[in-house]
Write a protein that binds this ligand. Structure first.
Ligand code: HEC
Length: 165
């Protein structure tokens, strides 16, 4: 409604002016609130250019790599990190599994697949077993927290290993 451009002075004088008419004790509060609101308003106007400036640089991260590249990265991560324990086919029989108790999850187990949702799998991939009340031998992958699209592709990969029901 108010013209945000170059009229900050007008707005500043106007708002406290109208607030003066109300009670005395709350006046300070009202003044403070209107002052802060006024600041917020002008901040918004001036900072609206900042999000606009950062948004374009953040956005290309998604369309940039492309779905094929993302799922290729996820497949590679699965082969190099997860398969060590979970096995290349997700049976929980990777070379690193022998020393582990409990054993790494068998992703082929349809009952297990039905018992967890995608969010749960995404969380354990990023933050590790301890974060979801599972064994801490299931490590987190903090580097993937910044790559939700790769995490989602990993979840898909885990889902794709489901065995016959
Ligand atoms: C060092 C061995 C190890 C590696 C590497 C590993 N895991 Fe695990 N993972 C485990 C173990 C052990 C469990 C079982 C935890 C439990 O049942 O308490 C597990 C459990 C899981 C579960 C099941 C959670 C549940 O609620 O039952 C998922 C999903 C999972 N891992 C995904 C992955 C993915 C994806 C990767 C690769 C990014 C990976 N893990 C890498 C050891 C590992």
């Amino acid at each position: 409604m108010r013209n945000p451009k170059g009229r900050n002075g007008d707005g500043g004088v106007e708002t406290p002016g109208s607030a003066l008419g109300r009670g005395r004790v709350p006046l300070l509060i009202v003044l403070a609130v209107t002052f802060f609101l006024g600041c917020g308003g002008s901040d918004e106007a001036s900072s609206s250019s900042k999000p606009a400036a950062t948004a374009p640089s953040a956005m290309p991260a998604k369309p940039g790599p492309g779905a094929a590249a993302v799922s290729a990265e996820a497949d590679q991560i699965f082969a190099t990190r997860c398969a060590t324990c979970h096995g290349p086919e997700g049976r929980g029989d990777g070379p690193g599994s022998t020393a582990l108790t409990p054993k790494p999850r068998n992703f082929q187990d349809p009952q297990w697949q039905d018992s967890v949702d995608d969010d749960h799998i995404a969380t354990i991939i990023q933050y590790g077993g301890a974060a979801v009340g599972k064994a801490p031998m299931m490590p987190g992958n903090p580097d993937l927290i910044a790559k939700p699209e790769v995490v989602a592709a990993l979840v898909k990969h885990v889902r794709s290993l489901r065995g016959g029901s």
